[in-house]
Write a new protein. Structure first.
Length: 308
């Protein structure tokens, strides 16, 4: 017994978990890490909304977010301004700051928090962004609605941005262009949101009184109060392919009139055949088409002051 105790008390090497090391780590310590499993970024591949095809994101970005099947995916305001102006350079015009929650709207999630999250995600103050620059040499003020900012909804912030853009166009004596993308008025601002329909119309009257062109580019989707106001007051109406354009949804209309609507109803190709849209233009061709229209509509304007 004593010998057993003595044997157990014999000092030895400290026991601990043994590290298993393969032969490869002994001859080349850095090789093991080279073959370690790497995680693929979640956003490296994007699914085409029409065909379900998985598209390599860098290829999709190079194609201006137009899939091989021709689907025009939605893009943000910053990217839209960049691809519209020459060389992607433009002067960003700050939008006026308005009260965040004037009606103290009750909701499951506070309206102020929704605004904060949208601003963080898009980098914009509200659903509209303004830029001034040249489109193939033609100067213009461009305002873009960003659908990713609370569905591009029209509220006080967006209304003030539109008015500001219109005033800048008159001040700089250049055409006014808007890219629309909206689900309609912002319900969290109630009547104050609906008032922007009238305010934007009055701002457009100043643009037209100055003899300046107002061009609307309808993108997917353009609906509700936006379509019922400034989206349908342009001198020229362009649209991207297969964009949804309408006041209310297809199902609501069918339930109201109790009839089945024709295929393609409220799509840009359907509307151009009926005169609501002047031309359907692919995204890559928009700068050239806009520049041609601007050059035509502004032709001879430089001679007007001297002629007077």
């Amino acid at each position: 017994m004593a010998m057993a105790d003595q044997r157990n008390d014999k000092p030895g090497r400290p026991q601990g978990p043994r590290e298993r090391r393969g032969w490869l780590s002994k001859i080349a310590p850095g090789v093991r890490n080279a073959f370690a499993k790497r995680e693929t970024p979640e956003n490296l591949w994007v699914k085409c909304p029409d065909t379900g095809e998985m598209i390599y994101r860098p290829d999709l970005e190079a194609a201006l977010w137009v899939t091989p099947s021709g689907s025009h995916m939605r893009i943000g305001a910053a990217q839209r301004l960049k691809v519209t102006f020459d060389g992607g350079t433009f002067e960003k015009i700050a939008s006026p700051v308005v009260a965040d929650d004037p009606l103290k709207f009750p909701d499951e999630r506070p309206y102020a928090e929704r605004l904060k999250a949208a601003r963080k995600a898009t980098g914009e103050q509200d659903s509209m962004a303004i830029g001034y620059g040249h489109i193939q040499g033609q100067p213009a003020v461009v305002v873009v609605q960003d659908f990713s900012f609370m569905g591009g909804s029209l509220g006080m912030g967006a209304g003030e941005a539109f008015v500001k853009a219109a005033q800048e166009a008159v001040k700089r004596d250049v055409p006014f262009i808007i890219f629309t993308a909206s689900g309609g008025a912002r319900m969290q601002e109630g009547t104050l949101s609906l008032m922007q329909m009238a305010r934007t119309t009055l701002a457009l009257n100043e643009v037209k009184a100055a003899g300046l062109p107002y061009i609307v580019v309808l993108t997917d989707p353009t609906t509700g109060g936006v379509l019922a106001s400034y989206a349908m007051l342009g001198d020229v109406h362009l649209a991207e392919p297969n964009a949804t354009i309408g006041f209310s949804g297809r199902r609501v209309i069918e339930q109201t009139i109790r009839e089945t609507l024709p295929p393609g109803f409220q799509k840009s190709e359907f509307l151009v055949e009926r005169g609501m849209v002047d031309k359907v233009v692919p995204r890559a061709e928009l700068p050239a088409v806009l520049a041609s229209i601007l050059k035509t509509l502004m032709m001879g304007r430089e001679r007007l002051p001297s002629a007077a």
